[in-house]
Design a protein around this ligand. Structure first.
Ligand SMILES: Nc1ncnc2c1ncn2[C@@H]1O[C@H](COP(=O)(O)OP(=O)(O)OP(=O)(O)O)[C@@H](O)[C@H]1O
Ligand SMILES: [Mg+2]
Length: 501
């Protein structure tokens, strides 16, 4: 019988280089049965790299790994999963064009062989059971995965991992893609695994979450392990210091009470979308940071998309008030000085096979041309400025975005709109997956924009962020505004939460 505290996975002197980039440097780590191990560190510190090596996604450059006391060198993630080590990856981990069932049992279809053929019916039935067993009832395993949204696809990936009953699984920055109910499903599975003397490695940038859910915590910085803490040693300031290498001030939100102009710059009148919104009204003022909060399903993400012309608006309209221009498409929005950071960065905000430069410069054709030609130098400076502003971790702006860490990708998206100097910015979870140091930089940049008279809609699932930044805060539930709060009155958490549920 496997016992609590027994070493399950051991990593010795692990190194990983990508060309000149040293992603991991002599990493040593042991993961024991019965623990949920947190992994924390700045963007690009090596969290995804080390866990993806353990889970067979990529090989190490050098070093050794042991699993249940035996040398461990999985040739791919399927081999790892079939031997008991699974991973829920930071980015999309499902194939959109195949069915949910095929995703859940990918590499395992032989299990459903009846004579010469694979029985789809059997596979779908098993997959449906796998979904139900983690508490998911609104996904049809026979359907094509593409039909489902980001959160649902993450749940499919979780079901896939759990269907193999792993001895250990990694959860890489997954909770930011999940709503409250999805998070609860995941936390329960993690706790159950630990109680059954299995192990979990949990990666998150949310200090509170990681301290609450993890029994022990390991800090990485620039590819080095800085140290580990047991639950009774947790201290937010100490953890931040270990992550960043110097003291960081606890408070990184704005402290001012500056108001905004009365002038309305963007107006949504009675908008009704195919889903979520019915006769919705909203006014955004010049120099205002308008916070929008609620539970993930409340319609706030649809609202963000609708304001930027990304949703079919079946009734009502969104207009830029100064010109009366109706925002019907993202192209019109962009041409009229609007910008939009999507919660779903890989699919909606980035050209993944483009470079950092190409992505940031995509908003700067006008700014960087002299009428006829685009100036290379201007374009380079345009991108470099954002690399500096946001401390984007890269060797140069010609590196492809696909090779970047998750948080650094998010910085590229933010940087692209920052560079555009948009008059109106719709930010949907802009700090998703970015580390606390960069969060602080982003908050400052958002506040600087406000001071310059720009208007910002800040959609977020994090209440502290909303309370810390908003001039005015709207709370939504079931597609409607259930509460409006003003910064000068102070934001009361209990009142806000009452409006959400
Ligand atoms: N395929 C790759 N090609 C080149 N460099 C890479 C590749 N994958 C990762 N890196 C680099 O390795 C370093 C570590 O990246 P990793 O993804 O492990 O960071 P992370 O700690 O998971 O960060 P985040 O919090 O942003 O997800 C980064 O500098 C990253 O740019
Ligand atoms: Mg990562």
């Amino acid at each position: 019988m496997a016992e609590k505290g027994e070493v399950l996975v051991e990593v010795k002197n692990l190194n990983k280089n990508f060309g000149v980039t040293v992603a991991l440097h002599n990493v040593n780590m042991t993961i024991k049965r019965g623990e949920i191990r947190g992994l924390i560190g700045e963007n690009g510190s090596g969290k995804s790299t080390v866990t993806s090596i353990i889970a067979g996604i990529q090989p190490a450059t050098s070093g050794e790994m042991f699993y249940k006391g035996q040398p461990w060198k999985p040739k791919d993630s399927l081999e790892a999963l079939h031997n008991g080590i699974g991973i829920i990856v930071q980015e999309m981990g499902t194939v959109p064009t195949i069915s949910v069932a095929e995703n859940i049992f990918i590499g395992d279809y032989d299990r459903f062989r009846v004579g010469p053929v694979i029985s789809k019916k059997k596979m779908v039935a098993e997959a449906q059971k796998a979904l139900e067993s983690i508490g998911v009832t609104d996904i049809n395993a026979a359907r094509v995965t593409r039909m489902y949204n980001m959160e649902q696809r993450k749940l499919i990936e979780i079901a896939k991992t759990m269907a193999h009953d792993p001895e250990m699984f990694v959860v890489d920055e997954t909770t930011t893609a999940l709503s409250e109910s999805g998070r609860e499903i995941l936390y329960k599975l993690m706790r159950k695994a630990a109680d059954d003397n299995k192990a979990v490695v949990f990666i998150s940038h949310d200090l509170e979450e990681i301290m609450d859910k993890c029994d022990t915590l390991t800090v990485l910085r620039d590819g080095d392990i800085i140290g580990s803490l047991e639950k009774d040693e947790y201290d937010p300031d100490l953890i931040k210091k270990m992550m960043i290498g110097r003291e960081v001030k606890g408070d990184y939100y704005r402290s001012d009470m500056d108001g905004y102009d009365e002038e309305v710059v963007l107006r949504a009148e009675n908008i009704t979308t195919m889903q979520d919104l019915l006769c919705f009204n909203l006014e955004l003022h010049k120099g205002e940071i308008l916070g929008i909060g609620g539970l993930s399903e409340c319609g706030m993400h649809t609202l963000g998309r609708a304001l930027y012309g990304l949703e079919d608006i079946v009734d009502g309209k969104v207009t830029m008030t100064a010109t009366g221009t109706e925002i019907k498409t993202p192209e019109i929005a962009f041409k009229n000085g609007m910008g939009y950071v999507s919660k779903n960065r890989d699919q909606e905000s980035l050209v993944l096979n483009g470079s950092i430069g190409v992505n940031i410069q995509s908003t700067g054709y006008k700014a960087n041309s002299n009428g006829i030609f685009i100036s290379d130098k201007k374009e380079r400076d345009y991108a470099q400025l954002q690399v500096d502003n946001l401390a984007i971790k890269c060797n140069n702006i010609f590196q492809p975005v696909s090779a970047m860490s998750g948080g650094n990708k998010q910085k590229v998206v933010f940087g692209k709109w920052l560079a555009a100097d948009s008059q109106v910015l719709i930010l949907d979870c802009p700090t998703r997956g970015v580390d606390i140091g960069v969060k602080a930089a982003m908050y400052k940049l958002i506040n600087d924009m406000k001071k310059k008279g720009k208007s910002i809609v800040l959609i977020s699932e994090e209440l502290p962020e909303l309370c810390g930044m908003a001039d005015r805060l709207l709370i939504m539930r079931d597609g409607e505004i259930t509460g409006e709060f003003l910064r000068p009155d102070g934001f009361d958490n209990t009142e806000l939460i009452d409006c959400m549920i």
